[in-house]
Design a protein around this ligand. Sequence first.
Ligand code: HEC
Length: 292
Amino acid sequence: MKTRTPISIYIALTFGITILAFEMFAQDSGYFSSVYFWILLVIVNILLLIMNSIGDLVENQKFAKLTEVEKKLFLAEKTTPYFVRLWSSAFKKQSQSEEKDLLIDHGFDGITELDNSLPKWWIGLFYFGIIFCAVYLLAFSFTDYAHPEKEYQKEAKMMLASIAEYEKNAPQINLENAVYNADHIAEGEQIFKTNCVSCHADAGKGGIGPNLTDKHWINIKEKSLFKNVFWMLENGSPNNPTMRPFIKDGTITGRDAEKVAAYIYHINQEQNPITEAQGGAAPQGEIANWEK
Ligand code: HEC
């Protein structure tokens, strides 16, 4: 008589397969915190326990009919832990007499071969593969499962939502509390490329808007260069509406302005100006003496 697989293994497998199925078909439903998911698991476990009790009854009936030697063998096997049993059954050697039963004789060429059955773990994996294939195909055809584009869109949406949430709660940066930070230069450059390059040209060398790398400034509203740029972004140019109030009209946030102002400080104060000879726009306004 064969020993049965313990109920704990069935329960663990059921749990794993249920989670796998939910992950594939309903990964966004928050199933893990849903009561129904847990009720389903409880029901399935109750069914498993019932099946196990029936199995126990059948086993007892069969056990009563065994001979004394068979009973001893069965009990010995039953007390060995499941995984030890599994391991040794995977590597069990056949006895000579068992091999005789499996032997196929080709006859015509004198070659004999053993007609072993495939290992259990191999067959298990094979069937699991086939079933998983079908489930995967269904999930792929009828749900968003494993569609990289959909996953990307979903994540991008989530990120944007969390950025919006952050912006809502984070303290706003304004002219008073904005500070220069060298760590902002690289990010500021990206913001500049998106919002400013159309008028102020590459690296701020000037085009429709003035050259931002030289010492000449049209608008001098603040004592420091960094704050002056922030002022311009907040208010726009008082004499030329082409330079819009980017913060006030909601194109960029105060946080972005702090970064782009750091970038402009960097190209104006920490790099050489791009002169007319190098393709920069001609100086406009007066020479500014910025405070540090
Ligand atoms: C649509 C064109 C345009 C865009 C886009 C633009 N600017 Fe300007 N900007 C101008 C013009 C034109 C002026 C000159 C305003 C004036 O004459 O007072 C100016 C002036 C400035 C000044 C003051 C320069 C000075 O000499 O007084 C700063 C600083 C500045 N812009 C920064 C930016 C930044 C940073 C961005 C991107 C967020 C940006 N600008 C986007 C057109 C633009």
